[in-house]
Design a protein around this ligand. Structure first.
Ligand code: NCD
Length: 342
């Protein structure tokens, strides 16, 4: 069986823990203190048939930081799929060119169909409203890092997931991943019609977690450890749903919500992009600079986690330590201008 990363379903708790350990070892490389060439000569195919900034670029950058090279194609217009080529044919062709493939596609199940036609490792970079396993792994890595700094434990943690829980693939993968761990509490807050699919709620409940659904953020969330908010995935709406849909301001996570309803050490996460247009009511920019806002630590964590995914799928994770040397170029002490931590 070729080792793909298509869904959280294929991961055990041990496998996730292994990936987390490898990701931690990648930190000096991701933070530009050390260099490795362990994947020198290897080529990644980065195929994105849906909009993407961070997933596409961070997979690309992660492969480069391991010493490999990347070939990519973006959008249907400039690929042979626009000429009617099947996923099977594309997959077989790409396998002749690349040692690993990352793919994002608007149809649920499409990346698995693509992977079935190749022996080269395939990573699901998002299949429509299905899953986004690498995002869940970096989200989990972020929660783990933030909790260790705050002296918190995952067991018994209270996680609030809000926004578009129906079409948001990141929350589908994240709740599956978290449910592999010790019993936790999940509160799911979605606008009507955008609730978490019931099969996922049933799965999480069957693993002994407490799951509660609400339709409003106007409540007391003082004991919540993580607020994970998501963008409304309007691009996946049917014409009927789009008509007249607007997200009420009540669903916005902003400074007032955090100050009045959450704890002083509640962290705020979002897979990004956040929709910053005025009527979108997505995660508010008024939290910028607030130490509880973990969104840019979260995006930074995408690099070591995606490096760990490549290193394990291509079976070089035990060789990294032997291949390190110091960085020779200028690296600023801090990457962002303003990213305080609690
Ligand atoms: C998300 C995605 O594409 O599923 N973005 C990401 O990969 N970080 C979330 C979104 O588009 O809203």
């Amino acid at each position: 069986m070729p080792p793909h990363l298509l869904s959280i379903d294929s991961l055990s708790r041990d496998r996730v823990n292994h990936l987390m350990r490898i990701a931690a070892r990648m930190e000096p490389i991701a933070q530009r203190r050390q260099v490795t060439r362990i994947l020198e000569g290897a080529v990644l195919g980065n195929l994105f048939f849906e909009a993407s900034t961070r997933t596409r670029v961070s997979f690309h950058a992660a492969f480069c930081r391991l010493g490999g090279s990347v070939c990519d194609t973006t959008g249907f217009t400039f690929s042979s799929m626009a000429k009617g080529e099947s996923l099977y044919d594309t997959s077989r062709v790409m396998s002749g060119y690349c040692d690993a493939i990352v793919m994002r596609h608007p149809d649920q199940g499409s990346v698995a169909e693509f992977a079935a036609a190749t022996h080269v490792p395939v990573i699901n970079g998002g299949d429509g409203p299905g899953e986004h396993p690498s995002q869940a792994l970096l989200d989990f890595y972020t929660i783990d890092k933030e909790f260790s700094r705050l002296g918190k434990k995952l067991a018994g943690a209270h996680v609030l997931l809000t926004g578009d829980l129906k079409y948001g693939r990141t929350v589908h993968s994240l709740i599956k991943l978290l449910s592999l761990y010790a019993p936790m509490r999940f509160t799911l807050v979605a606008p009507p019609g955008l609730e978490m699919p019931s099969h996922l709620i049933d799965l999480v409940a069957s693993r002994g977690h407490r799951v509660e659904q609400r339709d409003s953020l106007a409540d007391d969330y003082a004991d919540v450890d993580v607020v994970y908010t998501t963008r409304i995935q309007k691009e996946r709406f049917t014409a009927e749903m789009s008509e007249g849909f607007s997200l009420s301001r009540d669903f916005t996570v902003d400074r007032a919500f955090m100050n009045e309803r959450c704890g002083r050490d509640t962290i705020v996460m979002h897979p990004l992009p956040r929709d910053s247009r005025p009527d979108a009511n997505d995660l508010d920019v008024d939290l910028n600079g607030d130490p509880r806002l973990a969104i840019f630590r979260q995006t930074d964590n995408g690099i070591p986690v995606r490096m760990a995914i490549f290193a394990t799928l291509l079976q070089v994770e035990e060789l990294i330590e032997k291949d390190l040397r110091p960085v020779r170029w200028f690296v600023p002490e801090r990457i962002g201008t303003d990213d305080p931590v609690l």
